[in-house]
Design a protein around this ligand. Sequence first.
Ligand code: HEC
Ligand code: HEC
Length: 433
Amino acid sequence: MGHRSALLLAVVLAVGCSHETRSLETFEPGPFAPDGGSPDGPRDPMLAFGQALFFDPELSGNRNISCGTCHVPFLTTAEGIPLSLGEGATELGQFRTRNDGAVIRRHALDLFHRVEMDVLFWDGRVERLPSGEVVGPVPTPPEVTRALELASIVPLLDRDEMLGQPGDVASDGRPNELAMISDEQPRVIWAAIVERLRQHPEYDTLFVRAFGLDPSQMSIGHVAIALSHFQEVLWGPRGETLDPLLEAETARGRALFEGDGGCTRCHSGDLFTDQRFHDIAVPQLGPELDLGRFEVTGVEPDRFAFRTPPLRNVGITPPYMHNGAFETLEDAVRHHIDPVRSLRSYTGAHLSPTLRATLRNDPATLDAIEANLDPATAPLRTLSEDEVRFIVTFLRSLSNPQEMTRHPEDALPVSVPSGLPVDRWNGTRHPFR
Ligand code: HEC
Ligand code: HEC
């Protein structure tokens, strides 16, 4: 899916990353090889297994998409586009067209620090309860103990993201046997994915090294653990982000964020999220109405409520909100200042015409979004333009270059056990632009 790379490059340039970034067009695989280990660390067999799984399209029904296709490994761990492109999709116009690929109705989340979180996805459909039990829309495999582990195998079951549709033919001409299994049988789909892995002796080897078990014992729970471990090593916390010698403007921004801005009412704690759900009147955009948390709980106050996003490294992950409605950090912050006015005046002028055409700004929808607005969204007093700028400066200071992988290209393996091609982001233009 090289069409995404032009945008990524734009993001890289916009961020002005201080460390060396190679042109994505001349991208070469990095020293992270499937035999495990990083250049500056000991060999880590779990990392090797997780890395292979994260980039292998073999895990997708049509063998055409991997986690790394949407969660671009270097720099952002997400996509620089408003809505995510699902399996087989190359254009925004392809909304859930059978056999043709689909556009996902949500913006791909970044994966920074997710191992520390108990509530995952925009609607929190995977959660680790205070009791320690991990619950989600599907049965939790016995090996799973963390929210990130379960969240890592849920995308495999999503027909638009990775699974495909009944009757699809995979990229290598074989039938998509995974997509023939009913959605009511997630465990059977998972088992069939493990079956696929077992066809490649290299996966048996990676599994044995990582878990010390007989290959016949490989299960989706092990896949979940390895995928989670990979994300933790690559994008987990590394070093202190907050500079104790904050520049004056950053320090003022932080004081506003915690004070009159009222931001910490929701963006609280170490990751700047309460891991709870709020309707903050983000415009509705995309192939279908997105009721957010309501779709999980069916409880009225959850209508149009989405999980407060964590803000670590937020400066490098545009666009923003559950559907990428806002292109810049400034716009995302400004929206909070007067959410209803922002909702009602939003035209999506910066969006591509196809995406803009999906904007739902009819009075009934606007009223419904406004009706559920969390009254605690707006700041405690009106903020000046300068003050908004200070807050944005503070948010940008939450980017930790050390967390953007040790070398930009590190995470991409040279090859994956299935032998299928690994997405290299080789430079065609993205259809959203
Ligand atoms: C088609 C693009 C696509 C693919 C492929 C994909 N994801 Fe995602 N990912 C998304 C989108 C979009 C979201 C947000 C969806 C939502 O919240 O409903 C997301 C959310 C997540 C989250 C939750 C993060 C958070 O902040 O709560 C995790 C973890 C994750 N993906 C991991 C994976 C893993 C592991 C794979 C491979 C097995 C994968 N994804 C494959 C697009 C994709
Ligand atoms: C009432 C809770 C609440 C308050 C108060 C709040 N936010 Fe948010 N914020 C959210 C939620 C929820 C979202 C995601 C909404 C969505 O996608 O529909 C969000 C999104 C964001 C985003 C986009 C992040 C991303 O990755 O997409 C930024 C940036 C942000 N908020 C900054 C701020 C700042 C700065 C303040 C203070 C001026 C603030 N927020 C106050 C709940 C809140």
